[in-house]
Design a protein around this ligand. Sequence first.
Ligand code: UN1
Length: 524
Amino acid sequence: MTSSRRITYTSTAADPEFRATFDRELGAVRSRFPLRLGGLVGQGPVERERSHAVRSPIDTRWTIAEVAVATPNDVDSAIGFARAAFPGWRAMGWERRVEILSAAAEKIASRNLELAAWMVFEVGKTRLEAMAEVEESADLLRYYAERMATNHGYRRLLARMSPAESTESVLLPYGVWAIVAPFNFPSALAAGMIGGALVTGNTVVFKPALDAPISGELLARALWEGGVPRDALQLVQGGAEVGSQLVNEPRVAGVAFTGSSTVGMSLLRDAGRDWPRPMVVEMGGKNAAIVTGTADLEAAAEGVARSAFGFGGQKCSACSRIYVEDTVAARFTELLVARARSAVVGDPSAGDPTLGPVIRARSVESFRRYVDGIREGGGRILAGGEVLEEGERGFGYYVSPTVATLPRRDHPYFSEEMFLPIVLVERVAALDEAIALANAAPYGLTAGLFAGEAREVQRFFDGIEAGVLYVNRRSGATTGAWPGINPFGGWKASGAPGPAALGPDYLLKFLREQSRTVNGFEAI
Ligand code: UN1
């Protein structure tokens, strides 16, 4: 089913009609538990006696999918098929690929409710966050198709050394890309990487996260239905072993990965060991919001709460540190604490909580460890700090949105990505001090500023070391990037250099240049 109401990351409330339609879809999806998935190697799914049971983080009694995990042989075959498909897909020409990717975007859009409903059960997103992500996935394909078309397939005639000689610059695909996606944006981050690779003429072996195989497989189905040849987009389900086989395989020409910095860094070290390979790597963040004395504090508290607690803080772009000027610190903290305390934590398939569960038992353990660590470090928990286990919530992974302080600015928690709804608040005397502290973390993905004066905004732009900046954004202090609107790429430890995802030049990451100098004939 389709919902025509367009939901984005800035949407705040679901109207009753949307809620009723979404409820029906959740019911329809629930009646299909467990969904049987087996990826796609060659033309068909992998079938196995043994499968991996995927349980919902909302309630672990629900087995929502049974997944046949790819064996080393399956991975090997998938790479073989994608490699064999490469010459044909490349030769098809960009105009046709643009049409196919655009058709796939419409397939996604036409079943946005179904994809979002599965995502709610699979990773515990709220309905609005899941719908927004599905819409973003469709827009990513549309946008990258548009970039390919606007650049006329990246062929340009260059200057001539002599009248007889002409040179053309042509940007060409590399071959097979391994695409390894994370659980937290299982559709959009996968769609972005796959869309970028495919529209430019590469073929793909895609591995969704082990915790989020459904969104990955449904996305791949939309792409096949849109016209992507099955061989050109192979799908292997599985965990770290499958991923590591893929990226260490010499027939894989390029690797695109979004996920933790530990995995991303080892990938950067290993995958380029024997020869230079293009790597598209997006890693974590420790994103700061700065609130100055001139800021609209209501807007700041709302923007920070949405970015710190939305989807349980499980976003690379989540806000996890706040530097607030002394003059407004008490009032701002009071407003933020009130928002944390009034946030509703619960089953997103049953209602409209502020946030649902975190993804797995290990996330709850690490939440406990961080809360204990804050207390042991002499810090204070101003709101939250609890694991919520009473009643039905005892069957899922629920923690409360947490606002805390620490006595030492060099405490490792100011630099460590937690991927949890925990935000640290620190007072500062002035904006420059806040910028210096924000820059002290190794990461540099997103950053937010709430301020009332233009010179403060300029100071922030001039000094902050992060790739994605937001000023006075009530809908999200550090989150909510949209294709074609907010290019999204990390600096420093957050990502590999090069053009940002969601931006006008992202496709360059999947292309290599060939210059063609010809004497006697015209190059084109
Ligand atoms: C992430 O933060 O993990 O900006 C990915 C956003 C989305 C997804 C970002 N485009 O909120």
